[in-house]
Design a protein. Structure first.
Ligand code: ATP
Ligand code: MG
Length: 418
């Protein structure tokens, strides 16, 4: 038997209701904040991610699914959505009418990581991006929206972690201080970090290897190196969050794995997922639109790890698939044909109804109705068709009522029996 690919998974019908519930909650909330849905392809030119995410990030270095198109072009299954949305923003000049644009997208991402709980090779993100706003309001507003999102879903035990990554004005000075520290502790770092040390020292702070974490415990913090503009921006974000009642924690160690992040950076963490504690992450990326060939445009975004959110919520929230309002137990060919038409009419009226298609005993049909969790069962055989009346059984109370078969569908709809 052919099995699915390692690190990929099926989301089975019993699980999908929760995914839909989360999506509905997201869509409703995002609309109230003026975010429009955008759908971008799941494959792009490799170069877009190499430039947009950064050559020396884990994602580009070792996690991308890249293939040679038959025409000789290199294509990559998207590892995240930001680069694609920025490309679309530039390509379609979405800034032309109004440079202030807000988007969200929901869909699969692909990264070739080591599969484990909360970490898959195809996973889903709810991705939100806002363009054209340089001031600190949008930062606080987006973190507030994310906070509301988790609150509405009833996700408890989450905590927002917040840091500022500075900007091209103040980061170089921090980089130098960090590089000096890294030189000192070099022999305690993992092989990856030794490589990162020269090319992208900030990423050493992001390493999950315990020895590396210890080695950089006394590393300088970027917030101590912020320029005046960055400092004010960050202060305003934290003040606005406090005003909005969003709990957060300043996290001097928080850096993002991606090169294009500037200023505000944040992560939502939870303690219920073990090692994969981040359920959402994001931040400002004021330089990316220009880097990818668009007009200089400040921007900020976040991505929620949909799979991890489902895992957190699935522990407390059970959302069932809808159950049939009615099961028609038909006995004999004539009754079955009648049932077939009633089912068609009821379903067309938006009422979920089931019937047995094969010639089965009443007992077996009742069993199936029970297994499906049908609210009521209508029992129809030749005798009922002759008398024009049939028995309607309430499966919960066991109460029975006689219903007239002529005009059954209308009667059921009117009496809101189904
Ligand atoms: P991590 O540090 O956990 O690898 P990341 O920094 O790579 O996360 P981002 O690129 O910021 O993650 O993606 C945002 C969110 O997407 C993460 O917070 C996480 O919830 C989720 N995510 C990232 N990679 C995976 C994966 N391989 N499987 C499932 N969810 C993921
Ligand atoms: Mg990662």
């Amino acid at each position: 038997m052919i099995q699915l690919i390692r690190g990929f998974k099926d989301i089975l019908p019993g699980e999908v209701a929760l995914w839909q519930h989360i999506e509905r909650t997201a869509v409703g909330l995002f609309a109230a904040f003026g975010f429009d849905e955008i759908r971008v392809p799941i494959m792009e030119k490799t170069e877009l991610f190499a430039r947009g995410i950064g050559e020396d990030t884990d994602i580009v270095e070792k996690e991308m699914y890249t293939l040679d198109d038959r025409g000789g072009e290199k294509l990559t299954l998207r590892p995240e959505a930001t680069a694609s949305i920025v490309r679309a923003y530039i390509q379609h000049k979405l800034y032309a009418d109004d440079p202030l644009r807000k988007f969200y997208t929901i869909g699969p991402m692909f990264r070739r990581e080591r599969p484990q709980k909360g970490r898959y090779r195809q996973f889903y993100q709810i991705d939100v991006e806002a363009f054209g706003m340089a001031g600190p309001f949008i930062d606080a507003q987006m973190i507030y929206m994310l906070h509301l999102f988790f609150q509405r879903l009833g996700v408890s035990r989450t905590q927002a972690h917040l840091n500022s990554l500075g900007c091209p004005v103040c980061r170089p000075r921090f980089r130098e201080a960090l590089a000096a520290l890294l030189n000192k502790v070099e022999d305690r770092l993992c092989a990856d970090c030794r490589r990162r040390q020269a090319r992208n020292p900030l990423r050493v702070l992001d390493c999950k290897v315990p020895a590396c974490r210890e080695a950089v415990a006394d590393a300088p913090a970027i917030v101590d190196y912020l320029c005046e503009d960055c400092r004010q921006h960050f202060q305003s974000v934290t003040e606005n969050l406090t005003q909005l009642g969003v709990p957060f924690e300043l996290d001097r160690r928080l850096v993002r794995g991606l090169d294009y992040y500037t200023r505000t950076t944040f992560e939502i963490q939870t303690d219920v997922l073990g090692a994969q504690s981040a359920v959402a992450g994001g931040g400002r990326y004021d330089g990316l639109v220009e880097t990818l060939g668009g007009p200089a445009t400040p921007a900020i975004g976040f991505a929620v790890g949909f799979d991890r959110l489902v895992e957190v919520l699935g522990q407390s929230l059970k959302i069932e698939n809808p159950k049939p309002a009615l099961f028609i137990a038909a006995l004999g060919e004539t009754a079955r044909r009648k049932a077939f038409y009633w089912c068609a009419e009821l379903a067309a009226a938006g009422i979920y109804v089931e019937m047995e298609h094969a010639d089965k005993s009443l007992k077996s049909q009742m069993k199936r109705a029970d297994r499906l969790g049908a609210a009521r069962v209508l029992i129809v055989g030749d005798a009922e068709l002759a008398s024009g009346q049939a028995n309607l059984r309430d499966m919960a109370t066991k109460a029975q009522a006689e219903v007239v078969l002529a005009g059954l569908v209308d009667a059921l709809k009117q009496q809101s029996i189904v």
